[in-house]
Design a protein around this ligand. Structure first.
Ligand code: MN
Ligand code: MN
Length: 340
């Protein structure tokens, strides 16, 4: 009898999975079409410009005109997509099955104006205005960090000031860069000034290196930001930090902005402004997994510069981090078995 019940349960489970598969977009599998060919979308998901019915929209924002040192992030989205082609649908540690629960697609790139940063910022905000008319989570592939400002402007219009988890080697709170208010080193000061984020619910994780003054990180602390310098988390598990953040944020809408230069250049050399002494890849994965259960309303992964990434490891890491973020989105995170 017990065997029959177990068997019936198993069949029901399989039917449920099949039903989900029939309803939701799936990445093209490597046993259906070789991974080195086929569509160039994120994880070889279907590409679409129909937003209705999507839970998650992957998109590229190929730009590097906001960078201050090495350029090349305009090629980031293309390379992240290329390296993502090896990713398979199920998370073997957390058991997350994002494509069973969320309808995902790659909606292509935003057409920025590569001759005009300010116009590009307007274009990104306008694209997001349309995107956010739908109940979906946008997951952006950058592109330099300037792009987070227009995204947060649009996010604020929909959700009000949001919580922010900002993982980065840099605080990106310069007032100006070479006299310009908009650049990849200024978005979070602008976001603070414009009231796009709740300063007490901002976590800047992994900041380090050299500054223009010894108080560079303290100004944001005075605004209310929780600034966790890289040295504070060297050699440590980041799960307790994730637990602390979850405890603070509860179900507040939160945006995650992940600058790939938060990782040590040993793991992610392909970026414009590398700083030594950064996060390890396991720490980055651990941090994201520990944020499972938060009310995430959008994510970005920025600053991948393929010309400085000869092995492709930086883009591969970026693709995996995006996948890990997908695995903790609402409706997936709650179904995870393993959060360590
Ligand atoms: Mn940054
Ligand atoms: Mn950075």
């Amino acid at each position: 009898m017990l065997i029959v019940i177990t068997h019936t349960r198993k069949i029901l489970e399989i039917c449920k999975t099949m039903k989900n598969h029939q309803l939701k977009n799936q990445p093209l599998g490597g046993n259906v079409h070789p991974r080195f060919s086929g569509p160039g979308t994120f994880m070889r998901l279907p590409s679409t410009d129909v937003l209705k019915g999507l839970d998650v929209a992957f998109l590229g924002i190929p730009m590097d005109i906001g960078t201050s040192w090495r350029s090349g992030t305009r090629f980031g989205p293309k390379q992240i997509r290329a390296e993502s082609n090896m990713l398979r649908p199920y998370n073997m540690w957390t058991k997350a099955a994002p494509f069973d629960y969320l309808n995902c697609a790659d909606i292509g790139d935003i057409a920025i104006n590569t001759f005009d940063l300010k116009d590009s910022v307007v274009r990104i905000a306008s694209f997001y205005e349309d995107l956010l008319k739908y109940p979906l989570v946008p997951m952006a592939m950058g592109g330099d960090h300037t792009l987070t400002l227009p995204i947060l402007r649009s996010i604020k219009r929909k959700y009000g000031p949001v919580a922010l988890i900002h993982v980065d080697a840099h605080a990106d709170i310069n007032d100006e860069m070479f006299g310009e208010k908009i650049a990849h080193g200024t978005p979070f000061r602008r976001a603070y000034e414009e009231g796009l984020i709740d300063p007490n619910l901002v976590y800047q994780i992994g900041v380090r290196g050299t500054g223009y003054s010894a108080r560079d990180f303290d100004e944001a602390r005075d605004w209310g930001f929780n600034v966790i310098q890289a040295e504070e988390i060297w050699h440590k598990s980041l799960s307790p930090l994730g637990e602390r953040i979850k405890n603070d944020l509860k179900q507040s809408p939160v945006y995650i902005s992940f600058d790939i230069d938060s990782l040590d250049p040993a793991y992610a050399p392909g970026t414009g402004t590398p700083e030594i002494g950064g996060l390890t890849t396991p720490q980055a994965i651990e941090l994201i997994r520990s944020l499972s259960g938060l009310n995430i309303v959008g994510c970005d992964l920025v600053e991948v510069s393929p010309p400085y990434d000869p092995s492709g490891n930086t883009a591969l890491t970026a693709a995996n981090i995006l996948y890990e973020m997908l695995c903790i989105l609402p409706n997936v995170g709650s179904k995870q078995l393993n959060t360590q």
